[in-house]
Design a binder for this molecule. Structure first.
Ligand SMILES: [Zn+2]
Length: 231
């Protein structure tokens, strides 16, 4: 960043790029290898109750790809260098369970992650993206700075309500670059998210790495951790 006003007129607008990944599965490891390679930042939204003593099979994505949850003992080493955020304790539809249960899911999820990782957990992502006013209040009151939905909007920041923080798009979105270019014109924040298990094959991995490489090579891009936006 330059202090010169002349430079400020000619320099490209800064675009802060944030990303987050849900559910704490084995392919997060390969996502982080790529992010490290290009100096990119990212957050990982975990359900503390989903991580057992060993890696455990979660489900078969699209009936073909076995998805594993990272084991609890390896969480700290696996996610080193990246921020963890809360995705509730066990991934229920928070708006459709009794609010006392939702509060417990939100608070206990955060508490367990803080115990495991040893730092304040400031972010939240709604399981399935769904929420209501009582749930938003509970997430706010538990001490989170923001809560991500699964809605896509053109301009994400600042959100009208940080407890309903929408992203620009999913990482697989066909209009990913159009949405990025829109944000780039005005400067601001570009926010994408996904599940690493959605990266199905080597072609997908190469396409994902190319996206990260292109973003990192863009002089306007500043990789940013999500809580920094709300600091
Ligand atoms: Zn999820």
């Amino acid at each position: 960043m330059s202090n010169s006003s002349q430079d400020a007129q000619t320099a490209p607008k800064t675009i802060r790029v944030v990303q987050c990944w849900d559910d704490g599965v084995n392919d997060d490891i390969r996502v982080m290898e790529i992010l490290r390679k290009y100096g990119a930042k990212g957050s990982f939204n975990l359900n503390a109750a989903s991580h057992g003593p060993q890696r455990q099979s979660g489900w078969k994505y699209k009936d073909v790809k076995e998805v594993y949850r990272i084991s609890r003992p390896e969480l700290v080493s696996v996610y080193e260098g990246f921020l963890i955020a809360n995705h509730s304790l066990a991934h229920p539809h928070l708006e459709s369970i009794p609010i006392a249960d939702a509060v417990r899911e939100i608070r206990e999820g955060r508490d367990q992650l803080e115990q495991i990782f040893g730092y304040p957990v400031l972010g939240f992502a709604y399981p399935f993206g769904t929420h209501n006013e009582a749930v938003r209040n509970a997430v706010r009151e538990a001490g989170h700075l923001y809560a991500r939905t699964t809605e896509n909007v053109a301009d994400v920041f600042p959100p009208a309500d940080p407890m309903a923080f929408h992203s620009n798009c999913h990482f697989h979105s066909p209009d990913f670059w159009a949405r990025f270019e829109h944000v780039k014109q005005s400067g601001g924040v570009f926010y994408f998210w996904g599940h690493s298990y959605e990266i199905m094959n080597e072609d997908d991995w190469q396409a994902f790495e190319k996206k990260i490489a292109i973003l990192s090579a863009d002089p306007a891009v500043v990789w940013t951790d999500l809580p920094e936006l709300f600091a």
